[in-house]
Design a protein around this ligand. Structure first.
Ligand SMILES: C=C(O[C@@H]1C=C(C(=O)O)C=C[C@H]1O)C(=O)O
Length: 364
């Protein structure tokens, strides 16, 4: 978790449970891992925390129904020499990564569609394969991410038949903390953060201000759909995420004072995929992405995080992430396209975002 410095592990002992519609309030303690698109071949998965490990305290705890023998066997396995047997997704047919020309071509097409009034904003992304360096280890990479990005939600997820993903996300989708405070953000607008630059001196162009405002309007529209008026709104403020700066507005609802027990599940359903990763309006933007991006986003720009842990439910957007294969990593990044976009600059922005994971690979 951001600013916690603690590593926690959630281990499910049974096959992956598919959850068509996450019910955050009724769910047992576990970890959600969900893809970008509903209609694709990837499923929303829930890893029930049959076992939970806190690396800081060294305590391995088990859900009441987990058999004692299983806990014992797991503890023994943990103490044994670690094996690098991470789950790798089924190898796809020869995959062609998007060249700059294809990406900027899609951006040009998106700008035309926006100018023609078909939509206001669309987020276009791309993926790239990188050779895994010799000596790469997912656990060491997790520790490196934690050191490098202490303010991010840092994760490593490995699921049989699905694959292994890791990332350092700057973006909360929905969360409810131990004090029962609901939190979501409108995050958008990107520029490089020069070393040592303070957020106080950041200057934003109209394009980024408007792009973030669109995400903000989208969050407000979702609150309105639920007739929720008792939220606080702070921002937009400049935040630093690794090598980048973004604009972020924070929205909070104190559920101790407002009687809305299903707010997190309801907002999750309305928000995902937000206009920070899809676009506005949602339907034409999603259609444009599926028709023009030219690759399968899979779990990139989906969401993930712990549900009903002792510190609450904290779902993040799966950004600044990579999927690990046998010998390579697939890195993902996108950029918000509006009428004012410049195709080359958007390409550069995806390069900057991929730096987050490249810096980790470079440590091996
Ligand atoms: C799409 C990504 O990031 C999102 C898009 C942003 C933008 O367009 O400026 C900024 C932050 C994220 O909400 C990504 O990191 O791949």
């Amino acid at each position: 978790m951001p600013d916690s410095g603690e590593v926690e592990a959630c281990i499910a002992l049974r096959p992956n449970a598919v959850v068509p519609q996450p019910d955050l309030e009724q769910s047992p303690f576990g970890f959600l891992f969900c893809p970008f698109a509903e209609q694709g071949k990837h499923q929303k998965l829930f890893l029930k925390a049959d076992l939970h490990y806190n690396a800081a305290s060294g305590i391995l705890s088990a859900a009441p129904e987990t058999p004692a023998a299983v806990v014992k066997a797991f503890r023994a396995a943990m103490e044994a020499e670690p094996e690098n047997n991470w789950h790798i997704s089924a190898p796809a047919a020869q995959h062609v990564y998007q060249q700059e020309k294809c990406f900027t071509g899609a951006v040009v097409k998106a700008i035309e569609a926006i100018r023609a009034g078909e939509m206001e904003k669309v987020v276009l992304s791309r993926d790239i394969g990188e050779q895994l360096p010799a000596g790469f280890s997912p656990v060491a990479a997790l520790e490196a991410m934690e050191q490098e990005y202490p303010r991010a939600f840092v994760s490593l997820v490995s699921i049989p038949g699905v694959g292994t993903w890791m990332g350092a996300s700057p973006e909360i989708l929905v969360s409810v903390n131990e004090e029962k405070v609901f939190h979501t953000v409108a995050l958008a607008g990107t520029q490089p953060a020069a070393a040592g630059e303070s957020v106080a001196t950041a200057i934003w162009r109209q394009k980024e201000i408007e792009e973030q405002a669109m995400v903000e309007r989208y969050v407000l529209k979702s609150f309105k759909a639920l007739r929720m008026r008792d939220y606080t709104e702070v921002g937009p403020r400049t935040i630093i995420a690794g090598n980048l700066m973004h604009l972020r507005t924070d929205f909070r609802v104190d559920l101790k004072e407002v009687d809305f027990p299903t707010l997190a599940s309801d907002m999750l359903q309305l928000l995902h995929p937000t206009s920070a990763v899809c676009g506005l309006p949602k339907d034409p933007a999603l259609q444009f992405i599926l028709e023009n991006e030219g690759f399968d986003r899979s779990y990139y720009s989906g969401f993930l995080g712990p549900v009903n842990s002792t510190s609450g439910t904290h779902l993040y957007v799966n950004l600044r992430c990579m999927e690990l294969l046998e010998e390579k990593a697939i890195l993902f990044a996108g950029a918000g396209i509006t009428a004012e976009s410049n195709p080359q600059k958007e390409w550069l922005e995806t390069q900057h975002k991929m730096q987050t994971m490249r810096r980790i690979l470079a440590q091996f």
